[in-house]
Design a protein around this ligand. Sequence first.
Ligand code: NAD
Length: 392
Amino acid sequence: MKFRGLVIGVPREIMKGERRVAAMPDTVKKMVAEGATVLVEKGAGEGSYFHDDEYAAAGAKIVEDVREVFEKADIILKVKEPIFNEKLNVHEVDMLRKGQTIITFLHPAFPGNHEMIRKMAAKGVLAFTLDGIPRITRAQSMDALSSMSTVAGYKAVLMAANRLPKFMPMVGTAVGMIKPAVVTVVGTGIAGLQALATAKKLGAVTRSADIRPDANEQAKTLGSKIIDLGIPPELAIGEGGYAKKLPDEWLDRERKVLAPYIAESDIVVLSALIPGKLAPVLVTEDMVKSMRPGSIIVDISIDQGGNCELSQSGEVIERYGVVIDGTKNIPGTMPTASTWMFANNIYNYLSNLVVDGALNVNMEDEIIASSLVSRDGELVHAGALEAMGLAK
Ligand code: NAD
């Protein structure tokens, strides 16, 4: 009985537009079967179409007041970082207590979250962030960031196709053949590859660019034409095989190579990121101007600043006849699929963290060590400390 005696709390997410939830009836059932008491705030799963009676049937206790969930739980499972609860006039951090554990996406390096994580650390909360999970094989089933990227890449193409004033596939009509749409994806990590696969399934012609040769190889297997950026791998690849920030002159060169491809695209999906850094600007205002009116850009990288110079966070705008979609939190727009993956990821993470009904903060375990944010009153997350200028 792995979770024997543990009380696990699942609050309703309060961020505007957030429909996901950190546990679903199936994962509640598994936690209960392993000895946990699971407290689910009333209505927590409604946004993802998981209803209170399903949670209750899975063995959860439905709790009317979220303050009771925070008061009684040993471990709080959430999707988004703690924010101010307008309805109760209290910050979620203020509902946490010393020695309590929280597992969620905290994005601790992001300056907007620094005050919140400092406060959480000072309170003595044991906090773990899912965006800190390393990209290793053993962690794959816990990797919520990858799960959410899969949703973002798929949905970004549907959002673009929905606005596109023409067909995606080639269509034969009585008055002649209609050419397929051209979709260009920049940055083919998890989200970009999913975008390419989706665009291909819809019948578009696809092209893509990435600075990592591995990413280009994977894109090629999805039938994408590869745009050769001509960037030496030693400049592109950093620690652990991940992309590194390119020097300005190489970014300039990349924009020049991309320009003619962007100009003739009907849809551009932007998903180029450097872990823990601001997204590089790869599509300038002039490049947008060069596109045909009616074309669409979806900037999936918007949460890290965006890859298009004109993108606006959380807004869909039109410039020079081109729609630039800066929708934030795309995974939140597909809550059933996102919650299904997220709830399983967080369950697997928790299973790795708990041994015999107690948390085992084993710092030898890379997964635990790199996702730990605060412990014993101290902020320990390396990325957050670096971003705060406090790196040891
Ligand atoms: P990411 O979201 O950090 O970045 C997206 C992509 O942008 C990357 O492919 C990167 O190379 C690219 N990029 C960065 N700067 C660019 C630029 N200037 N121009 C063009 N492209 C640029 O990446 P991700 O989706 O998190 O995944 C990165 C890699 O990690 C993938 O190859 C993936 O297969 C691997 N991965 C492994 C595991 C695992 O083994 N558990 C889990 C997740 C991801």
